[in-house]
Design a protein around this ligand. Structure first.
Ligand code: NAD
Length: 261
């Protein structure tokens, strides 16, 4: 039996990961806004500190792995870019920084961070917002999205996922991480039918963009299929996998970028 922490466990892909881990006999400490072992709001710094400390207390300072699935999709609203930034970027990196020693204590821990294929398929994501996030400056990142007007939440989503993916790839190869036996990788789903996508499909302007987005396999992904990939990335099959981004998106990324390899 291994011990895992999973954020975003109450819904969608995080819930599907938890279901599989528990069915395989593992112990999971769940983190979410509701229906979780650790109820914490990852959009605030105190909420993130609480999540770090309560998980560490629950697992006795040793974690075999973690899955960071909590996230917010683009939705209309003035405050949305800031919220997306806090949850999707800081809600990943601050938790992993706080759990690093516990992951190192396991000797061969695996971490999977939820990125998105918007990292490679969304044009115009401002590089200065990504740079600001990697420097830890949320305010500067959010300011960089303002000029996009109604598209600011979408840009904040893309920016948060690019930044969190770069953070994963930079840290993955550092002595503190891979040198401590921690395998840090990301999964980049395309459109997967979860409550997050359902909310976007219920917003007419976003639904139009999502429906016109090319998905060569057709339709939307199933959360369980994405969870199966995460389980593989938590297994010994990932012992030689470091800083990888696994794209599971029905072919959208290949459709846009077949030759960018
Ligand atoms: P979902 O909405 O079904 O689940 C997300 C979970 O995150 C929810 O349980 C929610 O309560 C939790 N969460 C949101 N804000 C939080 C906060 N402030 N504090 C704590 N928990 C919070 O979404 P999903 O589609 O399963 O998404 C999982 C991950 O996959 C997200 O990071 C998302 O960005 C990413 N992703 C989703 C898609 C898709 O099409 N569904 C595509 C690419 C990437």
């Amino acid at each position: 039996m291994a011990v895992y922490a999973v954020t975003g466990s109450a819904s969608g892909m995080g819930a599907a990961v938890v279901e599989r881990l528990v069915a395989a006999g593992h112990r999971v400490v769940t983190v979410d806004l509701r229906d979780a072992d650790v109820v914490a709001d990852l959009s605030t710094a105190p909420g993130r500190r609480d999540a770090v400390e309560k998980v560490l207390a629950a697992v006795g300072g040793r974690l075999d792995g973690a899955v960071l699935a909590a996230g917010l999709g683009p939705a209309p609203g003035r405050d949305r870019p800031a919220l997306i930034t806090q949850v999707n970027y800081f809600g990943v990196v601050e938790l992993l920084e706080g759990w690093r020693e516990a992951l190192a204590a396991a000797g061969n821990a695996k971490v999977v961070v939820f990125s998105s294929n918007s990292t490679t398929t969304m044009p115009l994501v401002p590089g200065r917002a990504v740079a600001a996030l990697l420097a830890g400056d949320a305010e500067r990142a959010v300011n960089a999205y303002r000029i996009f007007g109604k598209s600011a939440p979408a840009m904040a989503y893309g920016g948060s996922k690019v930044a969190v993916t770069r953070w994963v790839r930079r840290r993955a190869v550092e002595p503190d991480w891979v040198g401590a036996g921690i395998r840090l990788n990301a999964i980049a789903p395309g459109a997967v039918l979860t409550p997050l996508l359902e909310k976007q499909l219920a917003t007419p302007s976003e639904a139009k963009a999502i429906r016109s987005f090319p998905v060569p396999a057709g339709g939307y992904g199933d959360p369980g299929l994405l969870a199966d990939w995460v389980i593989q990335m938590l297994s010994p099959a990932a012992d030689f996998m470091v800083g990888s981004v696994v794209v599971v998106d029905g072919g959208s990324d290949a459709w846009f970028r077949a030759d960018d390899w």
